[in-house]
Design a protein around this ligand. Sequence first.
Ligand code: G3P
Length: 219
Amino acid sequence: MKFFIDTANLDEIREAYELGVLDGVTTNPSLMAKGGISGDEKVKAHYKSICDIVDDKVSAEVIATDFEGMVKEGLALAKIDDKIVVKIPIIRDGLKALKYFHSEGIRTNCTLIFSAGQALLAAKAGASYVSPFIGRLDDISYDGMELIAQIVHIYQNYNYETEVLAASVRHSMHLLKCAEVGADVVTCPLKVITGLLKHPLTDSGLATFLADHAKAAGK
Ligand code: G3P
């Protein structure tokens, strides 16, 4: 299972990379805005800085919603670095753009997936990844995890190469459940990944080991 971090914050990306378990980064226009990153050149420079930290797979989202605009923006993003994955929303022109980038050998992440039908279309159009949003479905009383399982099942039925990238992952149990149902990737804030480390028995066990060691050493 691959772990991506969902942020535009360079310090957080560096910290996650140094943990040794990071496989990629996702961003979106809201996360870029949250980081105060705006303006074409600044945005591109920021993506380059992210690419310089990690080994591969940096999702950079287009803003255009028409085919020509998405292609133009996506090509410009892909030119920044070979690590860029062009992020495209699941809308009518987005499907055409997915097909175009697939034919050009440029990787894509199809975002804002909220139904299995959308995920099926994205796979048929040649998306490299689909991003179903778990937390946002949970927020409105739909079962986000059920959607992940459904998409995994459908892709397995037809051997689609598109990877299921679970997004809007809010806590460590979301992440673990994604692993259980077979999501290929999760993207989440760093605290969701570090949350997996925590166990009270590890903390108390370590405290006992250290205390016993100190006692034996006569400290
Ligand atoms: O990758 C999508 C993600 O950023 C959305 O997360 O928590 O805003 O629903 P959230």
